[in-house]
Design a protein around this ligand. Structure first.
Ligand code: F1P
Length: 344
């Protein structure tokens, strides 16, 4: 049976090409307005998958623009606005596939009305509530997808923020990001087999995703995909954090997926060896050389810096969750209890 979710996962390299074209076209005309914020404090706001985009994007902005930047679930601003003391010279970025998520819209409205914070939004829908309240909107119609869970929208919105950061920092797009569509196609040539092998050879009762740096947002998204699509108990931690207690959950055959970084390779390998010694099934997704201590390795292209490699993990983690779901006889297009848009 063909699933909408599968098709949208496999479309990602093509959609990344469209994203690059958008930022290279006159359609993207916000640089003049936004470049004055190149040294401002950037706060990224979203829910669920969109919050995970915020996690990776905030780390990336700190690296690229050397600015103060952080990610918040929108509900935190709704419920504890008094703790969000916005210093002047702050810009808030709303991230939302639909542009209609209640917490995100209400959080941004609060910031605008009470602190006069300038608002940039990224969404798939021009006339959404979030776009309509924003000072500037980056609207990518091809973010819209039929799948309930976010798949291609995750990587398109994250890539968009990477491109924006580079345009603000250097007024140009690095070739490493221009190559993403081609790199994505190469990964799609082998990662379906990797996902099928992992699922067919392991009874995945629980799964944990580990990563550091900008990759932690990807690990959190991998966790959510496994939960949403396959109803599998899944967790995400910063790799070294896992040793501070959560590893007590590790049982024989427990699948540990490390989204490997080059920066942390030596320390990550030590953690993986420790987890392997206590029975973990170690899976590594990363560039050549990251397969140390792995029982199974999904190889990503070489010579790409950690923070530029972010979206290449997306098809891998999404296809993994999809394969677990199919193996359990679940329909990924119809995830239990979920809707495309979450309104309170
Ligand atoms: C995001 C979201 C996802 C969730 C599900 C429903 O909404 O809540 O995080 O996984 O797919 O939508 P949005 O604000 O990005 O539209």
């Amino acid at each position: 049976m063909e699933y909408r979710t599968t098709n949208e996962i496999l479309q990602q390299p093509r959609e990344w090409e469209r994203t690059l074209q958008f930022f290279n076209s006159p359609e993207f005309n916000l640089l003049g307005s936004l470049e004055s914020f190149s040294s401002s404090r950037w706060i990224f706001i979203g829910c669920g998958t969109s919050y995970h985009i915020a996690l990776s994007a905030s780390f990336y902005f700190r690296q690229k623009l050397k600015v103060e930047s952080y990610a918040l679930p929108a509900s935190e601003i709704m419920l504890h606005p008094e703790t969000i003391l916005f210093k002047p010279d702050t810009i808030a970025v709303g991230i939302s596939r639909s542009g209609e998520t209640t917490e995100t819209v209400e959080a941004l409205s609060y910031l605008k009305e009470n602190f006069h914070v300038p608002i940039l939004s990224l969404t798939g829908y021009q006339n959404s509530a979030m776009a309509n309240l924003s000072d500037w909107s980056i609207v990518l119609p091809f973010v819209a997808e039929e799948s309930v869970v976010m798949t291609k929208s995750f990587s398109i919105l994250l890539l968009s923020l990477q491109l924006l950061a580079n345009l603000l920092a250097t007024q140009s797009i690095p070739d490493v990001l221009v190559q993403m569509p081609a790199q994505g196609q190469a990964i799609l040539a082998n990662c379906p087999r990797f996902a099928e092998e992992l699922v067919s050879k392991n009874d995945i009762r629980q799964i944990v995703f580990l990563a550091q740096g900008a990759l932690y947002g990807i690990a959190a998204e991998a966790m959510l995909k496994a939960q949403e699509m396959s109803l599998t108990p899944a967790y995400a931690y910063h790799t070294l954090e896992y040793r501070h207690g959560p590893k007590s959950l590790l049982e024989e055959g427990y699948v540990v997926v490390n989204l490997a970084s080059r920066t942390g390779r030596e320390l990550e390998a030590k953690v993986l060896q420790e987890l392997r010694d206590i029975g973990g099934k170690i899976v590594v997704v990363g560039e050549p050389g990251s397969e140390v201590n792995a029982d199974l390795h999904c190889q990503l292209p070489a010579n790409i810096p950690d923070e530029e490699r972010l979206i290449l993990y997306a098809p891998v983690i999404q296809l993994l969750a999809l394969n677990i779901a199919l193996h359990k006889g679940l329909n990924p297009d119809n995830p239990r209890h979920l809707t495309q848009v979450v309104r309170l």
